[in-house]
Design a protein around this ligand. Structure first.
Ligand SMILES: [Fe+2]
Length: 245
């Protein structure tokens, strides 16, 4: 466990995001929103986006698919003392009732690159922005956060499933998902649903577009991706926040 003392703040308005999540269960924030963030830096964005080229195949896919590559990390953060720490060794577990395809087993994914988790200023700024929004939503709290860097391949011989488990929730308190790259793919439309599975919004996320959602009050799913003439891929970063107290 490596502590990071963070003084990083963002001027980006989080009150609006928090109130939209409270009112609607989700908030869509487009790339224009993050382009003007004080933590946006093209070099840092590119470094994080480029790290998706160094992911390993997810060996735990019960549908035997080889179309998903990923890395994983866990963070602990308290909005009380504002100390962030990261753990690259902690495994990932989802209950079988949350993930019918791959839940019920402890999964040891390759860790995210330490240089990215510890030092990437775009990631650090994005997370601090999210924690500021969570503080507005829930007051002072401790959060366990799982970070997921996922590439789904769309190949001429095998379509890619961004959410092979179908419409689902992650079984946490809040989630955010941001697309980093979309190369030679069609499809991959995200839909947010209420708990009765009525669709609330359809959006095809482009790089730097993000959805922030209340995982207990909405569900989500992403349609298949298909190659556009040649093999392609879609890279997404997901942070899943669980309130510990
Ligand atoms: Fe999910």
């Amino acid at each position: 466990m490596e502590p990071i003392h963070t003084e990083l703040q963002t001027a980006l308005e989080v009150g609006t995001v928090a109130s939209m999540v409270k009112a609607n269960g989700y908030c869509f924030c487009g790339s224009a929103f993050f382009n003007q963030a004080d933590f946006y830096d093209e070099k840092e964005w590119n470094a994080f986006a480029d790290s998706f080229n160094r992911l390993a195949v997810d060996k735990y896919m019960k549908d035997n698919g080889t179309y998903r590559l990923r890395r994983f990390a866990t963070l602990d953060y308290s909005t009380i003392d504002r100390v962030l720490s990261y753990d690259l060794a902690r495994p990932y577990f989802q209950a079988p009732e949350i993930n019918s395809l791959n839940g019920g087993i402890v999964r040891h994914f390759d860790p995210m690159e330490e240089e990215i988790v510890a030092n990437n200023q775009f990631l650090r700024g994005l997370l601090q922005w999210a924690y500021n929004a969570l503080e507005q939503l829930e007051g002072p709290s401790d959060w366990e956060t799982t970070l997921h860097q996922i590439r789904v391949l769309a190949r001429m011989d095998e379509q890619g499933e961004p959410t092979p488990e179908g419409v689902h929730r992650d079984g946490v308190t809040y989630i955010m998902m941001m697309v980093f790259n979309r190369e030679n793919v069609v499809g991959g439309m995200s839909t947010i649903y209420d708990n009765e599975r009525n669709p609330l919004i359809d959006v095809t996320l482009l790089p730097m577009d993000l959805i922030f959602a209340d995982d207990q009050n909405v569900m989500h799913g992403v349609t298949s991706i298909l190659p556009d003439q040649v093999d392609g891929y879609r890279d997404v970063f997901v942070a899943a926040f669980t309130k510990k107290n």
